[in-house]
Ligand binder design. Structure first.
Ligand SMILES: Cc1cc2nc3c(=O)[nH]c(=O)nc-3n(C[C@H](O)[C@H](O)[C@H](O)COP(=O)(O)OP(=O)(O)OC[C@H]3O[C@@H](n4cnc5c(N)ncnc54)[C@H](O)[C@@H]3O)c2cc1C
Length: 391
């Protein structure tokens, strides 16, 4: 077979299996309640991030040349899925490792890679990602955060972003702006790395239900200045770089959802084997067993598509359709798995003690973010089926 053809490994390699073992060991060291403990102390999960960094896992997708593990998105989804299946979801794996790691590896200058990508790969630098705006929402053509040269070799950013994850634990934020051209019109996107303590940047925490210890923020950028070396892809040159970050974002979102779904299913199966309220354990009732079996099938199918998307992405092949489909399938399968696990646990499904309610919002989020189910169906209708666009 030609080595140019991307190959989907149907049996996980010894290397990936060993990685899963190491992730389980790290997760065990912190225990199943680590995320909630951090949340209750209102502290970022720094100790776990550092343990994962020391093991080389947060930058496992980054090329080895830049201190990463060189295993691409296939490596990162293995880390993310195993971690989530052991009770820990780190949103920085999405924004720092998957999005920023992918964009910098492909579009950073040598200097930007030295400064930022090495740090992302080793976990010593953490980067958030800000595209969503209050008034643009899903319609990224409507982005209104602007960047403009100030005539002194610097660029000035003004605007607002919302729902930005993990700013409190990041060194900088990759902000998606629109270039203001010489004629005053808005040009293409430009990507700027803005320090989280930059003058002119303010943030408000958005009150959220339990999603893990990471926070979401509304950002206000008021005449924030950046040097030219903070622009990834250059002024008016961010469109290609953004696209190279979006598929990894979807793929990693899918992996985290599937891990959460697997954890829920394992909890539900264990509970249904033991809990007896009539003559047999509740797992003998098909009303309980069949939905769990269906959830297992749907999660495995979604994992297959997620691997496919990762392999295509890593090979530099077209991965948009597979990444969208993976994220859609993973979110739906994981939500159903958590929902059925809650139902299997009766009243205990809603208690904090059994940990299912803690899984709910994190998994439910994936139907909405990083891209909503509706927008994926729009993509498939338009691009895969050639149907006309309504919006
Ligand atoms: C916990 C959390 C973390 C997040 N982290 C980040 C982050 O780190 N960085 C970041 O930039 N963003 C982040 N987001 C934002 C997230 O990506 C957006 O919330 C998501 O893309 C949806 O955008 P919106 O909320 O503006 O919804 P809207 O665009 O207002 O959409 C509302 C609803 O209308 C539907 N809809 C809109 N247009 C159409 C259409 N044409 N056809 C059919 N249906 C349509 C949508 O699917 C959705 O169901 C996060 C969000 C959450 C909740």
């Amino acid at each position: 077979m030609s080595t140019d053809v991307p190959v989907l490994p149907l049996i996980e390699s010894d290397e990936l299996q060993a990685i899963r073992g190491s992730i389980r060991e790290i997760a065990d060291r912190f225990g199943p309640h680590y995320m909630r403990e951090c949340y209750e102390r209102d502290e970022p999960p720094n100790a776990m991030w550092e343990a994962l960094s020391e093991g080389g896992f947060v930058g496992i997708n980054v090329p080895e040349q830049w201190d990463g593990g060189g295993l691409g998105m296939l490596g990162l989804i293995t880390v993310a899925e195993e971690l989530a299946a052991n009770g820990s979801t780190l949103l920085l794996l999405v924004v720092s490792s998957a999005i920023n790691g992918s964009i910098l590896a492909k579009h950073g200058t040598t200097e930007q890679k030295e400064t930022w990508l090495r740090g992302v790969a080793t976990g010593t630098k953490r980067l958030a990602f800000a595209i969503t705006e209050p008034d643009a929402g899903t319609n990224s053509h409507n982005l209104r955060t602007t960047i403009k040269p100030n005539g002194n070799g610097k660029y000035v950013i003004n605007g607002q972003k919302t729902f930005i994850s993990g700013v409190e634990q990041s060194d900088a934020i990759l902000v998606v702006t629109r270039a203001v051209l010489d004629d005053g019109n808005l040009g293409l996107p430009s990507l700027a790395l803005v320090d989280t303590d930059a003058p002119g940047l303010k943030r408000d925490k958005i009150p959220m239900p339990y999603l893990g210890p990471d926070h979401q923020w509304t950002l206000f950028l008021d005449d924030v200045e950046v040097d030219e070396d903070r622009l990834i892809g250059g002024f008016n040159g961010g469109l290609g770089p953004i696209f190279d970050g979006l598929n990894p974002e979807r793929i990693i979102g899918a992996a985290l959802a599937i891990g959460g779904g697997r954890l829920a299913l394992e909890k539900a199966s264990a509970y249904a084997r033991e809990r007896t309220v009539w003559k047999t354990p509740i797992g003998a009732h098909q009303g309980i067993a069949h939905p769990l079996a269906k959830a297992k099938i749907d999660l495995d199918l979604a994992w297959l598509m997620t691997q496919k998307a990762a392999v295509l992405n890593d090979a530099g092949a077209k991965a948009g359709e597979a990444s969208n489909m993976a994220k859609y399938a993973a979110a739906e399968a994981a939500i159903e798995a958590v929902e059925r696990a809650i139902q299997t646990h009766g009243g205990n499904g809603i208690t904090l003690e059994y940990g299912l309610s803690d899984l709910w919002w994190g998994v439910r989020l994936t139907r909405t973010a990083p891209v909503s189910a509706e927008m994926i169906l729009n993509f498939v209708a338009e691009h895969s089926l050639g149907l006309p666009k309504s919006y």
